[in-house]
Design a protein around this ligand. Structure first.
Ligand code: MN
Length: 289
């Protein structure tokens, strides 16, 4: 189980020691406030805010965001007030926690899927400080990772909301790691059997296709170097949700979806980008979308 000491150690790799001390203090206050509360899994409640803070630490967020992450449920779920947080930790942290609580309240009121777009706009507009959204995304990510003990109806509701609202927000903010995980967890919660099937099929393909991937990468590399073009070639495996979406809109089976893998070439300039696109097209014929 993650501990505050382990988190503090991680934070010291990129934050000043006095800032890390503040984060530790926020943890102590949060732990005390949630004393006696438990997660559905049976874990003490503090495990959740600590996990949320860990997600944000991997994005190298600042100390105020991490403090807010640790305290994000205290206004909503304990007698602690915004004013008390402001006195203890300053106005910025208190505002962040208050912002996250307000988002939680909207989420509670607007269940209808039809309102998703509106809610998305509202969410972005409401958060005067983008860090509020980041804490909320990390909160949602941890809740998605621990959906297991909830009843099926609640699980579906949370998964749908995650796919309709939170994954697109993460996408818009360019936080790809969170977006991909939210989408895959949402997909797996809504369609457990299909997710299992695709996961298995991808795994099977992975064995056979490793050589092909390396072969393509090699061909791309020599094609670029022959022409003196600079580009960083990144091969990746497509994730579950994007494969599933494609199967759905193209009405194809998994085995007809050939592009389980994708390549991305990152260039310095727009000019290089088009030259490289031309070079790649001389190597592989483009297919109409
Ligand atoms: Mn929470």
């Amino acid at each position: 189980m993650p501990t505050i000491d382990a988190l503090a150690e991680r934070l010291l790799t990129y934050l000043e020691p006095d800032k890390v001390e503040l984060v530790k203090r926020a943890y102590e206050v949060a732990k005390q406030a949630h004393e006696g509360q438990y997660r559905r899994s049976g874990d003490p409640y503090i495990v959740h805010p600590l996990a949320v803070a860990n997600i944000l630490a991997s994005l190298h967020m600042d100390h105020e965001t991490l403090m807010a992450a640790l305290l994000h449920d205290v206004i909503e779920d304990t007698p602690t007030t915004k004013e008390e947080l402001a006195t203890e930790f300053g106005a910025a942290v208190a505002e962040l926690v208050d912002g996250v609580s307000k988002l939680t309240q909207i989420e509670f009121k607007s269940k209808a899927e039809a309102q998703a777009r509106n809610f998305q706009k509202m969410t972005l507009a409401m958060a005067k400080d983008i860090r509020v959204i980041l804490v909320k995304l990390a909160d949602r990510l941890h809740n998605m990772r621990t959906l297991g003990p909830l009843n099926p109806e609640k699980r579906r509701r949370i998964a749908t909301e995650t796919l309709d609202i939170y994954a697109p927000i993460a996408h818009r903010l360019g936080i790809n790691s969170i977006r991909v995980e939210l989408e895959d967890l949402g997909f797996a919660a809504l369609h457990p059997m299909r997710a299992k099937y695709i996961k298995k099929a991808v795994k099977k393909l992975r064995g056979n296709h490793n050589e092909i991937i390396e072969d393509i990468r090699g061909r791309l590399e020599s094609c670029l170097s022959e022409r003196g073009l600079e580009g960083q070639i990144i091969g990746r495996e497509k994730h579950l949700n994007s494969i599933y979406k494609k199967m759905k809109y193209k009405q194809k089976s998994f085995h007809e979806i050939m592009d389980v893998y994708a390549f991305r070439i990152i260039t310095e300039t727009e000019d290089d980008c088009y030259r490289i696109l031309g070079a790649v097209h001389s190597l592989y014929k483009p297919l109409p979308y």
